[in-house]
Design a protein around this ligand. Structure first.
Ligand code: ADP
Length: 757
């Protein structure tokens, strides 16, 4: 088994690199390894000395929430030479490093692979001039390398998402939202350039998430007169009432002949042809900056842990791999495959083979492009055929992203000539004929709006209400329903099915889109709104952490989630909390007693702040206030104890990019399925969701069978597999686990994570 490992960040920095380093270091320490941190990338590796330092548990404390990389990164021309790499090998050999973990983009991973491939040749040469290193050469005949994808460009094969992409996308989406408000005031058009090198992911995903009017990405085959189509579409949209237009261009976008397209050119074309004022905004490095999102921190933690576990648990294998997330599972791919295939796409784009490059980006990318192409049209591709309407409702507690789900579902239907009505306050509108007419041009602007503009309600219907609903279905010629909501909405629709024997008008198809910050719905690994809530919690905990000063403090932070521990567990992982109390596990007196003693020793060993997350119903008796008083009593004035109940801030604000895209993917598929059901005259009621990276559906009754009834949460919850990892990375654990003590492995078949776009 390996005993010594080094970790470094390299190439362009990306948010979440610190979280990855922290995970690698703490996991390696907890598995009994010695760990070195290499400062300033390959430059530090070949210079050695003070740029390579042993790292301990506390050295990676308080870095999780910081953007960039505390290890630093630099580009090194010297490392590209054989001589430079030999110096790097000598430095690693001096310290007995057997495995190197490199967090970076394709250049950094290429360097790592080269180093490992050349290792035997280098060490022989080094030993011939430094015989003192001969025993070390025999001890380390091979260098294992593990890559972690750290790049905002999302251009690496072998992972659906790289560390930093989600944060960058959130920056872009917020910037476009902000520009939209000024653009709307002045009825202006904006051209916005995003980063991404040769990959159009950021531009494409941002267009979907913001309802922008047009997008130009490297993977798109454009016609010779592509600008005419763009100008016509924007002009038509303006004439049919769109007050402002946003055109997104990826920095790597190409002309049909393969030459680079400049954002300034696009601005000029639009200004000349539309005769309007068109502004250009190049977003630049703000896209890389700032605190990483919850998603990036969780991804980084999972990949960091997996990299170390693979190195330790597979002693016979020489690893030259990258760990990544594919189809929502952590997988490892040989580095040569990652590098070759990633480069191939780049070459295809350079040589103008856009069609093949798009194919290699994968099915999810293609689906997103198709969706964006349909949604960016100036008007629906079909006129309303007047053969019936669809009603969309949002129900239960409001959740961020409901408007995005509604916007995309409605536009999908309008595009197929179906008129769409929004039912006010869930079933209330359908019961009383209180509808909002949903129109194409208005809906693009709904993507970033918080909550639900048509209202949600926690209503319950009696038999007479279903009679009125049946009347309105007939009166308004309603042929199908899309319900976006939480568990109450699912149950209302179960009752809707029961009422069909009394009211045959209810025999129309219904599709459900899961939307709840609690993430407690069946048939979906993730619900619309849960990522926004997670980020709201993590940002609040970051602020709490900022208050660490002269006083030693323990915080108990209470999260929502009802009887589902998703928000508490995942926010603990993303915010680096020391512990999470969940309803799934409850709280016992013995556990509290252990926690009190761990807490005391943590403060004694120099920690200044401890943070415990507690789900609102983790225990009926050991409430947040009880925990605060218990810890206060036990503190003996050695430390302060504070409790923070986050409450409704968790469900507020504009939805994150992730929630908008999740909403878009699920609701577009649900709307498509509804159209098919309407066409075939079926009356199915289907619950949609995201399962292991793909949109899936099942009959509502089957979905509700998956619910653990008294608790109102799914019987199987994937995130519980990740829960032990929280504890294994917490700062309170400053010791190695005892024999037989769990350090929280993810199972061999690694479970889904919030990716899969
Ligand atoms: P990224 O990792 O973000 O793609 P770069 O392409 O700049 O960033 O690569 C980072 C560093 O990796 C370079 O400065 C260089 O030291 C090393 N590197 C990149 N490509 C190679 C290569 N072909 N051979 C050896 N080292 C390389």
């Amino acid at each position: 088994m390996i005993k010594t490992l080094a970790v470094m960040t390299s190439g362009g920095d990306s948010p979440g690199m610190n979280a990855a380093v922290r995970a690698v270091v703490r996991r390696a320490l907890s598995r009994g390894l010695r760990v070195y941190g290499i400062y300033c990338g390959y430059d530090g590796l070949l210079r050695g000395g003070d740029l390579i330092k042993a790292l301990n548990w506390q050295d990676v404390g308080n870095v999780l929430q910081r953007g960039g990389t505390f290890l630093g990164t630099a580009r090194s021309e010297q490392f590209r030479t054989l001589d430079g790499r030999r110096r790097a090998v000598e430095n690693l050999l001096d310290l007995g490093v057997e495995a190197l973990v490199v967090i970076g983009g394709d250049g950094s991973l290429t360097g790592a692979l080269l180093l490992s491939n050349e290792w035997p040749e280098h060490v022989e040469k080094i030993a011939s001039v430094r015989p003192d290193l001969r025993p070390m050469v025999e001890h380390v005949p091979m260098l294992q390398v593990m890559g972690l994808p750290g790049s905002i460009d999302n251009d690496l094969i072998g992972t659906d998402m790289a560390i930093g992409v989600d944060t960058a996308l959130n920056h872009i989406v917020r910037a476009i939202d902000d520009l939209s408000s000024t653009a709307a005031s002045h009825q202006r058009t904006f051209v916005i350039e995003t980063m991404g090198r040769n990959c159009g992911y950021l531009a494409l995903a941002a267009t979907l998430a913001t309802g922008a009017s047009w997008v130009l990405i490297p993977e798109c085959s454009l016609e010779l007169h592509w600008h005419q189509r763009m100008v016509e579409s924007l002009d038509k949209a303006r004439k049919t009432g769109r007050r402002h237009q946003m055109v997104v261009i990826a920095e790597g976008a190409r002309h049909p002949d393969g030459l680079r397209m400049e954002a300034g050119e696009v601005r000029k074309i639009l200004a000349e042809k539309l005769g309007l004022e068109v502004r250009l905004t190049v977003l630049g490095h703000v896209q890389r900056g700032g605190a990483p999102s919850a998603f990036d921190r969780i991804l980084a933690a999972r990949l960091g842990v997996a990299a170390v576990d693979l190195l330790v648990d597979e002693p016979g294998v020489v690893h030259r791999h990258m760990v990544g997330v594919k189809k929502n599972r952590v997988i490892s791919t040989p580095l040569n495959e990652v590098i070759e295939k990633s480069r191939e796409i780049q070459h295809l784009i350079d040589s103008g083979d856009f069609k093949k490059s798009l194919e290699l980006r994968g099915g999810a990318f293609r689906t997103m492009l198709d969706l964006v192409e349909a949604l960016t049209a100036a008007c629906p591709s079909q006129e309303s055929h007047g053969q019936g309407r669809v009603v969309i409702m949002t129900g239960g507690a409001d959740s961020p992203g409901m408007n995005a789900a509604l916007s995309i579902a409605a536009r999908r239907l309008l595009d197929r000539g179906v008129s769409v009505l929004g039912s006010r306050d869930e079933f209330h509108g359908l019961t009383h004929g209180d509808f909002v007419d949903l129109q194409w041009n208005d809906l693009a602007g709904w993507m970033g709006r918080p909550s639900s503009d048509i209202g949600t309600a926690r209503s319950s219907q009696v038999r007479e209400d279903f009679g009125r609903i049946a009347e309105n279905i007939a009166k308004f010629n309603i042929k199908g329903i899309i319900a976006i909501g939480g568990l109450d909405t699912y149950r209302h629709l179960e009752r809707f099915i029961d009422m069909r024997t009394d009211f045959p008008e209810l025999n129309i198809p219904v599709v459900l889109v899961p939307a709840s910050i609690d993430n407690n719905l069946p048939g979906s690994d993730l619900c619309v709104g849960s990522d926004t809530a997670l980020n709201n919690i993590v940002q609040a905990v970051d602020k709490i952490r900022d208050t660490a000063g002269a006083t030693r403090r323990a915080f108990i932070v209470e999260t929502m989630g009802k009887e589902c521990g998703f928000l508490a567990a995942m926010s603990a992982l993303a915010a680096g909390a020391d512990k999470a109390y969940l309803p799934e596990t409850g709280i016992s007196l013995a556990e509290l007693s252990r926690d009190v003693s761990d807490l005391k020793s943590s403060f004694e060993s120099g920690n200044r702040m401890v943070i415990y997350m507690r789900n609102e119903v983790a225990s009926g008796h050991y409430t947040t206030d009880f925990l605060r008083r218990l810890l206060e009593e036990e503190s003996k004035d050695e430390f302060e104890v504070r409790s923070v109940v986050l409450g409704h801030v968790q469900r507020g604000g504009a939805p994150t990019a992730f929630d908008r895209i999740l909403a878009g993917r699920i609701s577009a598929a649900a709307a498509g399925a509804l159209l098919d059901l309407m066409e075939s005259g079926a009356n199915d009621v289907l619950a949609f969701g995201l399962q292991e990276g793909a949109v899936a559906s099942c009959p509502l009754v089957d979905a509700l069978d998956q619910i653990d009834d008294p608790h109102g949460r799914p019987k199987v919850q994937w995130f519980m597999d990740l829960f032990p990892v929280v504890q294994s990375l917490s700062k309170i654990r400053s010791r190695s686990p005892g024999e037989g003590e769990s350090i929280g492995h993810e199972p061999a078949v690694l479970r889904p994570l919030p990716a899969g776009r």
